[in-house]
Design a binder for this molecule. Structure first.
Ligand SMILES: Cc1cc2nc3c(=O)[nH]c(=O)nc-3n(C[C@H](O)[C@H](O)[C@H](O)COP(=O)(O)OP(=O)(O)OC[C@H]3O[C@@H](n4cnc5c(N)ncnc54)[C@H](O)[C@@H]3O)c2cc1C
Ligand SMILES: *[C@@H]1O[C@H](CO)[C@@H](O)[C@H](O)[C@H]1NC(C)=O
Ligand SMILES: *[C@@H]1O[C@H](CO)[C@@H](O)[C@H](O)[C@H]1NC(C)=O
Ligand SMILES: *[C@@H]1O[C@H](CO)[C@@H](O)[C@H](O)[C@H]1NC(C)=O
Ligand SMILES: *[C@@H]1O[C@H](CO)[C@@H](O)[C@H](O)[C@H]1NC(C)=O
Length: 541
């Protein structure tokens, strides 16, 4: 390659950017990307393609940006279309909709500095980018980008427990399975995802509900500090004492502020990694009893916050059966805790509950969430009320009628309670931007989720999901139960997540973005996922 001899020279300038631009104007109006790249060790005028960039058409922007990344960081870290490893990479997304996106190149940075250089090269060339952690966001373009740079964070995979075992540094390239498995020998864990291959990055920046959240709160409320690469390429720490506004924004604000290259998380004790959990599958004649048990475990949570639950109403297409799956967990290796007695008295046609490790439980969930299918996720929140919960179930089954013949359909209405304990923990560290008030809770959180096989069924399936959300929300409004909060990690591309945080929080997030990213790099050059001014597909399915 004609640039290869420049590799060393271009990187030979030293790395001085982290300390720069720490004054009151985070990114000055006359910010010069070329000079910022020089600060990061990349001399643009030594790279002929970049040097003549202004003379080229914008179509070649990503070709230039990707070539430059390859020259700087080698072809093992930069994979262009048609090259070995490209298809294996895109095929590894969870949903087919994300697999079907073809980036110009895949970049696998090995350090925060490399992330910084990639962002600056995107700014210089105007080549758009996306960042991928675990790749489990369902809709197209959430963590992959057509014709742009998909930055896969997989090589930022630190897992390092502090010597006092109070915190752990975790890279965004990890899955929760890696994290739990690595921490288990030390008898600790962190607040993270419940299904093994979910990424640390997406789950934690959007909220993060764990098996332990009734005791400790959500993942975002257990972040001690973030290492973040900002739009100007400057690498900062956001914590309760440094860049507090950014710390607040990142605890649920998603990908709007920077790319997190390291999370320092609270570590919690979990001797041997052991807990109790599993799923009980229940037939339709017990559905009212199931709603009663769900409601009671939810409202009684403060009496035993070790207990957690996820209740899914579902349809087994091959057997033409409506079912409920009650997934129950206990944060200690104790079987059949008294708080679950109502659930346990309901006859089950199968039961996998047992004392097991956290990592093992996340693998059981993985088996029921295979990749390679079309997927949609939707979210809504309401004040918890037993009658309304039963109506959510009934509305789900009613709307299912029009789509239950869709090939390969696996539909579920998954219910969780945002408990008093979870809400109380949201006030630590000065609060988060989600806008959930403890005094209005507990809440019912609905996650509509469906898998299917044929693209021809997309529209009717998405529309059925929208009707379920709209009808359950309208009913909640009529019952005085509506809560205007849409959980980012479960939301569809049609739902305005940031607006649902409330106008005060939205305004705070926008002013924080204006400070750290005044030109809106994370709004426009990184167009995927939930933006400050709206969702990716505001007009609906
Ligand atoms: C099977 C399954 C199980 C789930 N279980 C849970 C659960 O137990 N609890 C829960 O709360 N949620 C759960 N979710 C929802 C999950 O939190 C979201 O899908 C989340 O977005 C997945 O994160 P990811 O890193 O795998 O996804 P990705 O698709 O890689 O990322 C999602 C978004 O986050 C951005 N992002 C990722 N990393 C970073 C970073 N380091 N800095 C800035 N932005 C970043 C990406 O750019 C993208 O826009 C589950 C989802 C699925 C499909
Ligand atoms: C940025 O700095 C470089 C190097 O000093 C200079 O050539 C270029 O004109 C500057 N760009 C802008 C937009 O000011
Ligand atoms: C960048 O490269 C050009 C061309 O090779 C050279 O003239 C210039 O001195 C270099 N700049 C820096 C800051 O090293
Ligand atoms: C989760 O299941 C998929 C199969 O759908 C498998 O490829 C993957 O390795 C599993 N993940 C983990 C972390 O075990
Ligand atoms: C629930 O519905 C039942 C029967 O329709 C009614 O008697 C009861 O008052 C309702 N409870 C609440 C909390 O709305």
């Amino acid at each position: 390659m004609r640039f290869s001899s420049l590799h060393v020279a271009a990187l030979g300038l030293g790395f001085a950017a982290s300390a720069a631009a720490q004054d009151s104007t985070f990114e000055p109006p006359d910010f010069n990307v070329t000079l910022a790249l020089i600060d990061q060790g990349v001399n643009v005028s030594a790279l002929p393609e970049l040097d003549s960039l202004t003379k080229r058409s914008s179509l070649s922007a990503c070709s230039i940006a990707c070539d430059t990344l390859r020259i700087l960081f080698g072809s093992s870290n930069v994979i262009e279309q048609g090259n070995q490893g490209y298809t294996a990479f895109t095929n590894a997304y969870w949903s087919v909709q994300q697999e079907n996106i073809d980036p110009y190149c895949i970049f696998k940075p090995t350090s925060a500095t490399q992330v910084s250089i990639s962002i600056l090269l995107s700014r210089l060339t105007q080549c758009p980018f996306a960042a991928k952690s675990g790749g489990h966001a369902a809709f197209a373009g959430a963590s992959n980008i057509q014709g742009g740079i998909t930055m896969s964070l997989e090589k930022l995979n630190t897992i390092k427990l502090s010597s006092d075992k109070k915190t752990a540094d975790i890279g965004p390239g990890n899955t929760w399975f890696n994290v739990y498995t690595a921490l288990q020998p030390a008898g600790v864990t962190v607040i993270g995802g419940r299904v093994s291959p979910i990424g640390v990055g997406g789950l934690t920046t959007g909220g993060g509900i764990s098996f332990f959240s009734n005791i400790y709160g959500w993942a975002c409320d257990n972040v001690v500090s973030y290492e973040v690469v900002t739009a100007s390429g400057v690498i900062v720490t956001a914590s309760a004492t440094q860049n507090k506004d950014l710390f607040f924004a990142l605890r649920g604000g998603g990908n709007n502020f920077g790319i997190v290259t390291k999370f320092t998380l609270n570590a919690i004790p979990l001797p041997g990694g052991l807990m109790w959990g599993g799923g009980r599958v229940i037939l339709e004649d017990q559905f009212d009893a199931v709603v009663d048990a769900f409601y009671n475990v939810g409202v009684n949570s403060p009496q035993d916050p070790n207990a957690a639950q996820i209740l899914s109403f579902a349809y087994a297409q091959s057997a033409d059966l409506n079912l409920a799956a009650a997934d129950l967990q206990y944060a200690q290796p104790v079987a059949n805790a008294p708080i679950f007695s109502e659930y346990l008295s309901i006859p089950a046609i199968s039961d996998t509950t047992k004392v097991r490790t956290l990592a093992d439980l996340t693998q059981e969930f993985n088996a029921s969430n295979p990749d390679g299918l079309r997927e949609t996720y939707w979210a809504a929140t309401y004040k918890l009320n037993k009658n309304h919960t039963a109506s959510v179930r009934d509305i789900f089954f009613e709307e299912l009628d029009s789509i239950k013949d869709a090939a390969g359909l696996v539909p579920a209405a998954t219910l969780q309670v945002i408990t008093e304990g979870q809400l109380a923990a949201m006030t630590q560290n000065g609060g988060n931007p989600l806008g959930l008030s403890a005094s209005a809770g507990p809440f019912l959180l609905l996650n509509m989720n469906m898998m299917w096989t044929n693209a021809a069924d997309d529209t009717r399936i998405l529309q059925a999901n929208k009707r379920i959300i709209d009808r359950t929300v309208a009913l909640a409004q009529s019952m005085g139960l509506y809560e205007d909060y849409i959980y980012m990690n479960y939301a569809s591309q049609f739902q305005d997540v940031i607006a649902s945080y409330g106008s005060t929080n939205k305004a705070k997030l926008k002013s924080t973005a204006a400070k750290y990213d005044p030109t809106g790099v994370f709004q426009t050059l990184q167009p995927g996922y939930f933006k400050l001014n709206g969702p990716p597909s505001p007009s609906g399915p």
